[in-house]
Design a protein around this ligand. Structure first.
Ligand SMILES: Nc1nc2c(c(=O)[nH]1)N[C@H]1C(S)=C(S)[C@@H](COP(=O)(O)OP(=O)(O)OC[C@H]3O[C@@H](n4cnc5c(N)ncnc54)[C@H](O)[C@@H]3O)O[C@H]1N2
Ligand code: MOO
Ligand SMILES: [Mg+2]
Length: 429
């Protein structure tokens, strides 16, 4: 008699998974290696930026009051008493009638309060002394980049969990982080099961297919920010699979298996979870593809039985594994980013379960439209390569018509969503 499984609504299943937090450690790594990692600490400015008043132009630092009466007809003349480039400091006093030649980025001399661009002055030399003529008045503070105008000491700049993109790297360098505190990547193991699976190097044989899921999931783990560890392909044999799962569990935070999770004669993952006395959170989700997705916890480790069907495996990962990896990286937006788009074609297939249709989201001159990509079957693999979104079609309707506005989950938006599962309604007119 086949085991009866109770399908859990998708949001409830994600919620159950998210209650489990894998442990988070911090490691310090060189800034050159910190790109695409996640900050493990808040970054607070420990000095003003810029740290001193500086010139935004190549020109002359002046005392603005000296130019009050300057005009085209009656230019004022100032004596240039020195010059400074970026990195140098002018130590002498500057008096009325005087100016200092200054380059972009140099500290404004103490007595000066404005800068005139090189292009706006007439220069001449008289008796070995340098002079400039200025033909219009300047106000105090004209052309000065002020200390702290970018950010002030004590300002909270980025919070822990921030994804380190090049802009964040610039900030880290500004504040002297040669070593950067980042969340340690959770180690995510991958096991593929199936006697039909060939290694990708092998030629095709009758009844066999190449193992695409393992490599797909390894790539998904890396993209989600985890450290992927591959434990190989196993044939459908209970003892071999059980031992491999046990061995892998001694080396990982999260273990992903693909295949063998349904109700077939050689689907051993449910029996393995039972043997391990793992706490099965669910073994059926009211979704297509991926209804067989099974998640269990074993103390502080998570074990996922992802479907063998490639599209189902892919979707199961994005909905249930990605947010757990992102959680371990302190991300406050661990889920796929949700948006809305116009459905580009009719989608008449009715289904009691929520559907996640692999799809291509395109820009139609300012508004988004979405089109199913390739064959819409959970066993399809080629539809995945063209997909940049999943159309979310709640179950229980008679199908969807072209031009309805539908929810979509974006597959390539690293920033993610807080909780995308509210307000998903069957359709909007
Ligand atoms: N009687 C029932 N049969 C099935 C049910 C059901 O409820 N009752 N559920 C179906 C659904 S839905 C899915 S999805 C699949 C899930 O199957 P498994 O997770 O047990 O996976 P397998 O049986 O091992 O394989 C399914 C399919 O995927 C191919 N596969 C497996 N591993 C890989 C891999 N690493 N790379 C590429 N392709 C892979 C495999 O050859 C099969 O074609 O069960 C349905 N059946
Ligand atoms: O898990 Mo299956 O993908 O619902 O077709
Ligand atoms: Mg099966």
């Amino acid at each position: 008699m086949v085991e009866k499984r109770t399908p859990l609504p998708v949001a409830d299943a994600v919620h159950k998974v998210m209650k489990h937090q894998t442990s988070i450690d911090t490691e310090w790594i060189p800034i050159e290696e910190a790109s695409e990692r996640f900050l493990a600490e808040d970054i607070v400015a420990d000095h003003d930026v810029p740290p001193f008043n500086k010139s935004p132009y190549d020109g002359f630092a002046i005392i603005a009051d000296n130019t009050t009466n300057a005009s085209r007809e009656h230019p004022i003349t100032l004596e240039v008493i020195g010059e400074i480039g970026a990195g140098s400091v002018f130590e002498n006093n500057v008096g009325n009638g005087q100016a200092v030649r200054i380059m972009t980025g140099a500290k404004i001399p103490e007595d000066c309060d404005a800068v005139v661009m090189l292009e706006l002055v007439q220069e001449h030399t008289d008796n070995g002394k340098n002079f400039i003529e200025i033909k219009r008045p300047f106000k105090q503070h004209d052309n000065i980049s002020f200390q702290g105008e970018d950010t002030e000491k004590g300002t909270s700049l980025v919070s822990k969990g921030t994804y380190i993109h090049p802009g964040v790297t610039a900030l880290l360098a500004t504040f002297g982080y040669a070593q950067v505190p980042v969340a340690k990547k959770p180690v995510v193991g991958v096991i593929a099961t199936g006697s039909e699976l060939l290694d990708i190097k092998e030629p095709l044989q009758p009844g066999k297919i190449r193992n695409s899921n393992a490599y797909m999931i390894l790539a998904q783990v890396q993209k989600a920010g985890g450290e992927a560890k591959y434990f190989g392909t196993l044939s459908d044999d209970f003892d071999t699979c059980l031992q491999a799962v046990k061995d892998a569990l001694s080396e990982v935070d999260i273990l992903l298996t693909t295949g063998g999770v349904s109700v077939g004669d050689y689907d051993y993952i449910p029996a393995i979870l039972k043997n391990l006395k793992a706490d099965v959170l669910f073994n059926k989700v009211a979704m297509r593809p991926g209804s067989v997705t099974t998640v269990a916890s074993l103390e502080d480790q998570m074990i996922y039985g992802l479907s063998g069907n490639p599209s189902a495996c892919y979707v199961g990962f994005e909905l249930f594994v990605r947010p757990i990896i992102q959680n371990a990286l302190h991300s406050s937006t661990p889920h796929l980013r949700k948006s809305k788009a116009r459905l580009g074609v009719d989608f008449p297939k009715p289904n009691p379960f929520m559907r996640f249709v692999r799809a291509k989201l395109v820009d139609e001159g300012g508004s988004a439209a979405v089109f199913p990509a390739g064959l819409d079957k959970s066993g399809s693999v080629t539809s995945l390569s063209d997909a940049n979104a999943l159309i979310v079609l709640p179950g229980g309707t008679r199908g969807y018509q072209q031009d309805m506005i539908v929810d979509v989950l974006l597959l390539n938006e690293g920033e993610g969503s807080e909780w995308p599962w509210e307000n998903i309604v069957p359709y909007y007119k």
